[in-house]
Every structure is written in C-alpha cells, then in structure tokens.
Design a binder for this molecule. Structure first.
Ligand SMILES: C[S@@+](CC[C@H](N)C(=O)[O-])C[C@H]1O[C@@H](n2cnc3c(N)ncnc32)[C@H](O)[C@@H]1O
Length: 173
C-alpha cells in the first residue's frame, strides 16, 4: 500500500492534473485522445451490477458521475441508452480531455469539486462514485485524521443534497 503521505496527495486536484497531463503526453502524437484508465473494475465486470440495480434507461433518469476521471463508464452507459448524464471531476485536464474525446455524446462534462457540487437540490436520480471516495481516504480507518472526516462529511452532505428523495448513490470502493 502507498505510504500515507502519498495517499494524502490523492485528495488534491494538483496531483490528478499532473497525472492526467502525463497520460495525455503518453498518447501517441499528442493529438490522439487520452487513453482511458479504469480504476477498480472495468465496465464488463460491473455490467451485471448495473443491470440489476440501475433503473431502466427508458425512464430517462439523471445520472451524476462523481469524479469521472478518464473512465469509459459514461460512454458505456450512454451506449445502453442512458443519455441523461452529467460527469464531474475536479481535474480541469481530464474534463478538457473527456469533452474532446466524447464530443459525439450529448452529455455534460463539468469541472467540479464533489465536496461543493454546483447543482440544484434534489436534481439527480442516481449518483455513481467509482474510486473517488477512496481518493479522499488516508490514515487509520478506525480513527481517521480531521481532513478525511471533513472531506468525506462534506462529500456525503453534498450528494445527499443533490439527490432526489428516493434517489440512489452507488459507491464502488
Ligand atoms: C481513483 S480515480 C477514479 C476515476 C474514475 N471514476 C474511474 O473509475 O476510473 C479518482 C478520481 O476522482 C477525482 N476526484 C478526487 N477528489 C475529487 C473531488 N473532491 N472532487 C471531484 N473529483 C475528485 C480525481 O480527479 C480522479 O479523477
């Protein structure tokens, strides 16, 4: 496991901007789209879970991706008919890359901190986190440091605020 000091960095946009800028440089000629990187599980692994728990695409529910990174999840769900999606991340670098890469999708990509969601109350049906909560956690799980309690508390309050009554929060961690 990474040293605690290293894990702490994951809660800061500077870390992610640098990481995604390196990923961009590694793309073949600089103009190619940033390659995707999938944390924890691929869509193929998760598909049975989504098929079981996500409401049918035809309902048109609004899905919010919390810390979308350069995952394929938004595009994969779009291909299944989930066209009403908003994907947010606090890394400007990755959001710029995703806007360019997925210009064919009619979805919304926004630079936004999940601890301070610039979205109206009760506006989201399904919120999905894959690996974002993990990026906020370091130190002891039994006695978390103050910054972890503060970040996780703000995040949970914001998700609760933007979810409609009866809305769902999927946390893949
Ligand atoms: C471990 S990666 C997971 C990326 C993607 N969800 C996936 O499954 O591949 C965590 C992502 O969360 C973003 N992130 C971390 N803290 C955030 C915050 N407070 N607000 C918005 N995005 C955040 C990072 O920029 C990074 O893209």
């Amino acid at each position: 496991m990474a040293k605690d000091e290293n894990r702490k960095e994951l809660a800061h946009p500077e870390y992610w901007n640098q990481r995604y800028a390196s990923a961009e440089k590694e793309s073949k000629d600089g103009s190619a789209a940033m390659a995707s990187f999938e944390w924890l599980r691929t869509f193929a692994n998760l598909r049975p879970f989504f098929e079981k728990y996500l409401p049918a695409a035809s309902i048109g529910y609004h899905i919010l991706h919390l810390g979308c990174g350069n995952s394929t999840l938004t595009a994969d769900l779009y291909a299944l008919g989930y066209t009403n999606q908003t994907s947010v991340d606090f890394s400007q670098v990755v959001i710029d890359a995703m806007i360019m890469k997925h210009s064919n999708l009619n979805t919304c990509w926004l630079v936004m901190d999940v601890r301070d969601l610039q979205l109206p109350d009760a506006s989201i049906d399904v919120a999905i986190d894959k690996g974002t909560l993990d990026a906020m956690i370091h130190g002891s799980l039994w006695d978390p440091p103050d910054d972890v309690k503060d970040n996780v508390g703000k995040y949970a309050n914001e998700v609760a605020r933007v979810l409609k009554p009866g809305g769902q929060w999927f946390s893949i961690t």
